[in-house]
Ligand binder design. Structure first.
Ligand code: G6P
Ligand code: MN
Length: 445
């Protein structure tokens, strides 16, 4: 079984490889091909993987290449985890937006649109190549903004591309833990778009346990989302939102905190990662140790500004271990071995949310087997959530239309229609600001 990882020089690749090393089952991945545009990044990550594999019998073989077509040929699975424009691009996405007084997060608001405009054409090119060179491969998309990018690729790959995110899993796990329930025994009633979803129920043995959580202020205030959103707001909503909804419900505070921060998240990661990759070029570097230290620092500081505005304190130690690689491996296993399981994934709607058309990519629990991911029926969202989901999906559609046509006016429309961009004039200035800093947006005329 051959797995190709696009963005193979990326910092989180060792998480995936670590998960593969733990998989001893039939039909497991035996060959990993890392593709990246940057040979130094490939070298750095290959060093970490090499140390991870030490002493593990039958560790999957690792090869690296900067040739995309070569990487894709013969792949059974393709993981796409690329970052068009790099972390410098992410920092610029934030900076330009914050200068206009709006949010520049990599997936939410103006920053997400700028990132989507850069990534859309590249993702479509990859999808076309996959359908030509590896038509039987399954593509698992991690690339953010994951919902939008998955939808762009699905226009060429249909249901053979599946988007993943660890946020909903982490949320479900935290709620289950808080309720004293094993996550495996719980059915999480979650739906929305990527980074824009809500847990409306958590059923154990046929009974919804979420009302018990919502009714108990101590329990509700004891975990990440309770601290972030506050007990009262969760009780008002009657649901637990994905952590990324903090950027909507507390937008003003989040924007201010990002403006006041010494460094935005993107700038922090840009510098942190630059140090890591520099260090990896030294022949005596302790690759795995340095990588792990860097990873721990990255995880501990995740959404730090949001937590600070909410007075939420440090992250819970149990929340630090991620889960991104576990979702990826579980998905791959279910498909490769027909091991039927349920995962929250980004797939085409196919009638699940009646307010959206069939091809709109949504984030929803899916049954997964050798035939792919099948969204399950869920209850409709309440009006306020439907409103946000439809507004943001409409923005995503403008981004994809701009990426396909190269129309600058359509890109401006995408910015202007976003609920977190408060004036058409702001949208126009964002467009100017972004095209000035991003060479990857030169196609918009
Ligand atoms: C969460 C999100 C991902 C994101 C990751 C890392 O897991 O769901 O989409 O890539 O956090 O965020 P960071 O700010 O560390 O890049
Ligand atoms: Mn995500």
């Amino acid at each position: 079984m051959k797995l190709t990882i696009l963005g193979g020089g990326g910092f989180r690749v060792p998480l995936v490889y670590g998960a593969l090393l733990g998989d001893r089952g039939e039909g497991r991945v035996t060959e990993v091909v890392l593709h990246d545009l940057d040979a130094d990044r490939l070298y750095a990550i290959a060093r970490v993987l090499n140390e991870q594999a030490a002493g593990v019998p039958d560790a999957p073989a690792v090869a690296t290449t900067t040739d995309l077509d070569e990487a894709l040929c013969g792949a059974d699975f393709v993981f796409s985890a690329i970052r068009v424009g790099g972390l410098e691009g992410r920092a610029n996405d934030e900076r330009v937006a914050l200068a206009e007084g709006v949010l520049g997060q990599e997936t939410v608001g103006a920053g997400g649109i700028a990132y989507g405009l850069r990534t859309g054409p590249v993702a479509v090119d990859i999808a076309r190549r996959v359908s030509r060179l590896a038509p039987d491969a399954w593509v698992i998309n991690f690339t953010n903004p994951a919902g939008l990018v998955t939808e762009a690729m699905s226009r060429h790959l249909g249901d053979r591309v599946i988007g993943i995110c660890d946020s909903p899993v982490g949320l479900g796990r935290r709620i289950a833990r808080t309720l004293g329930v094993h996550p495996k025994d719980a059915w999480i009633d979650y739906v929305g778009l990527n980074h824009l979803g809500w847990v409306r129920g958590l059923r154990v043995a046929g009974r919804d346990e979420l009302p018990r959580l919502l009714a108990d202020p101590d329990l509700l205030g004891s975990f990440e989302e309770g601290k972030l959103f506050g007990v009262e707001w969760l009780q008002s909503l009657g649901a637990v939102p994905n952590e990324y909804l903090h950027y909507y419900y507390f937008n003003r505070e989040a924007v201010r905190a990002y403006q006041q921060a010494d460094k935005t998240r993107g700038a922090f990661l840009r510098d942190q990662q630059a140090r890591f990759y520099d260090e990896m070029q030294r022949p005596d570097a302790a690759a795995l140790t340095v990588w792990d230290r860097t990873r721990a620092e990255r995880e501990a500081t995740y959404m730090a500004e949001n937590r600070e505005t909410a007075g939420a304190g440090e992250r819970d130690a149990d929340d630090l271990s991620g889960g991104y690689e576990k979702v990826a491996l579980a998905l791959m296993r279910a498909i490769a071995r027909d091991e039927r399981t349920t995962l929250i994934l980004n797939v085409r709607n196919q009638g699940t949310l009646s307010v959206l058309d069939t091809d709109a990519v949504i984030e929803v629990p899916c049954l997964v087997d050798a035939n792919g991911a099948h969204p399950v029926a869920v209850a409709p969202l309440p009006g306020h959530a439907t409103g946000l989901v439809c507004a943001v999906k409409a923005v995503e559609r403008e981004v994809l239309a701009a990426a396909a046509s190269g129309s600058r006016a359509t890109a401006v429309k995408a910015f202007a229609l976003h609920p977190l961009v408060d004036s058409v004039n702001v949208a126009r200035r964002l467009m100017e600001g972004y095209t000035a800093v991003h060479p990857g947006l030169a196609y918009l005329a």
